[in-house]
Design a protein around this ligand. Sequence first.
Ligand code: GDP
Ligand code: MG
Length: 779
Amino acid sequence: MTLKELKVGESARIETVGGEGALRQHFLDMGLIPGAEVTVEKFAPMGDPVELRIHGYELTLRLDDAARITVTKIDNPAEPVKPAPRKKPSAHPALGETPSGRRRDWALPANGRTLTFALVGNQNSGKTTLFNRVTGANQHVGNFPGVTVDRKDGAILGVKGTSVTDLPGIYSMSPYSSEEIVSRNFVLDGKPDAIINIVDATNLERNLYLTMQLLEMERPVVVALNMMDELTGNGGSVDINHMEELLGVPVVPISAAKNEGIDELIAHALQIAKEQIKPKVQDFCSKDENGGAVHRAIHSVAHLIEDHAARAELPVIFSACKLIEGDRLILEKLHLDENEKELLEHIVVQMETERGLDRSAAIADMRFSFISKVSDACLIKPRTSKELLRSQKLDRLLTGKYTAIPIFVVVMALVFYLTFNVIGAFLQELLASGIGALTTLTDNAMTAAGVNRVLHGLVIGGIFEGVGSVLSFLPIVVTMFFFLSLLEDSGYIARVAFFMDKLLRKIGLSGRSIVPLLIGFGCTVPAVMATRTLPSKRDRRMTILLTPFMSCTAKLPIYAFFVNAFFPGKGGFIMTGLYLLGIVTGILIAFFYKKVLFRGEAVPFVMELPNYRLPSLRSTVQLMWEKAKDFLQKAFSVILIATVVVWFLQSFDFRFNLAESSETSMMAVIAGALVPIFRPLGLGDWRICTSLISGFMAKESVVATLKVLFAAEGGITAVMSPVAAGSMLIFSLLYTPCVAAVASVKRELGWRWAAGVAVWQCVVAWLIALLFTVIAGLF
Ligand code: GDP
Ligand code: MG
């Protein structure tokens, strides 16, 4: 039978793992190896994906992938908690180090060279928290796998001449996702002076898999055993000295969140980097294990490629293991002769026959058996932790079959309400009145000083007005990210990704994209910024391109204005229709993207569900600060330029004289040129075109512009038919997002994509508004 057929609560032993290539390697790396025991914990509310417990941690897997794994059911699974023989752990430190070294005592590298460190670890192991502790730098801390996608560097606090790089969270050194490639290349080619490997002590089996591959790198390694507070708090402990012996590297128990053991970790890291102390143990196979077939194969291959590895500057044992697994990239780098390649294949086939497992599974199995040896010998398992019990209780509600989605809707509604109606709105008002006061002050000062009329206009009408209106987004961005950070750090968003996956997969995305898309209903700017958390580039791009189709709140005044003028009493109906139209268009466009622009599958959904953890205030504040900074940089570059350009167009005519009235300005002329394009939509009036252009600055100003320009005519109803109003509504819904949103797209994807979004949205909007006009014309 396959893993897919198991029911909740049933356990089974894995027989074979199907699939091929990198994807299969990924499953093996996540611990889905032949012989391992799995228990089905639950299915997502929509029936897919499934949550499994394996090697003592929780994984999510799509049913399609589960169908490729064959299993045999077992009726009485082994006790999940195997108490290790209780022995008295020896005290730590005991390796003669100086644990309480003050930072100022730490000597710098003698030759003035920068010592480089790579911070490597699984997702959610506390990497970012540790990085912040060690460097004091600002960085986002989240519980959602894949938060750290881009590289961050920082010097160790108080130690000049050092540089720590926070690498993306990874599970193995197989090049599967782009994150894994980044991290692997950094360690292999970047040759950091030392690797700081952060390991989640409450999830040792999962984390040590990566550690073993790092130990094979022939680089100095120090293991930072994190989350020790949680482990010891539940009666667990680790025999550090024994673990150091087995792994052959210093192991330092720490708690990044509680700031414990960090100084000792730094002392060790500096020492191994300066003295280049390499791991004492580099091979983990054993000749007594399962007939020793894997051991013999690894060492045969190691000898076979020794010279090639040295030439390619690759670590030998690591390369040997990767070759046996069938890693193409390493094979290419080694430049083996045909004869050697053949020999390699013979060795592998021999091993497969003797061991009874295929090449990748045999290596993964070797690693996991070493890991269980280490964990049996060194780890006194905690009783089922408070955190886990609490998580399970919460999950019964938050991912329950009938409760998950209603609760999610309520949570999001609450976030929106608080952001747009309460906190964000309050801050926005505060900021607006501040800017207003400043504007008046400057205005008066300039009048008093008799400043030139044009300059006066530029400062007040251009800069203050424009940047002020865009700055008014700031409170919303900051408040939104405050809530997002709470949801993310607590672990809730990983659950949302879990139960929304089935839906999102239909349009070629994974469950993780749901959050940015939803935020898009509030404001496109934070929505685009929130896509940072998506682990694959493809998903990130596609999500960014879809968010502008979600009708943002700034468009509400436009809807309200036209509903009032043309369709009084039908507001609810029309607004719902518009929102739905946005969503449906988004879905259709997504299908189009999936077929044309972004072929291929969304990232596979093998993901850990971390325990719910209390988010720390520190990281939340850091995130808000970072996002605010990010946004402000934008406001003062792209947006400022755009505002000044629009002001200029509105204030001058083509002879560069101040325009007498709005009709003679350059803007009016340009808008007039657009009239033929908009005529088929029933919008062939320069004033409407002007309002749409000003909508590019901020959607709210569409209404303001219309009101001013049509004031003389006795309102807009005099010049527009209801059909034209409908087409205007549709066009406003779908056309290019405002300059702040385009600027955020530029920041994430670059100029070309940003320009592409602006043009593409207009094309789509034009087509759909035309379609509406034509159909409405039939009745
Ligand atoms: P990353 O994904 O590896 O960057 O992990 P993060 O630094 O984002 O941490 C994930 C979660 O674990 C956050 O909610 C942290 O507050 C929490 N955390 C980090 N270190 C510790 C620790 O030592 N003890 C406890 N109890 N929680 C921690
Ligand atoms: Mg992180």
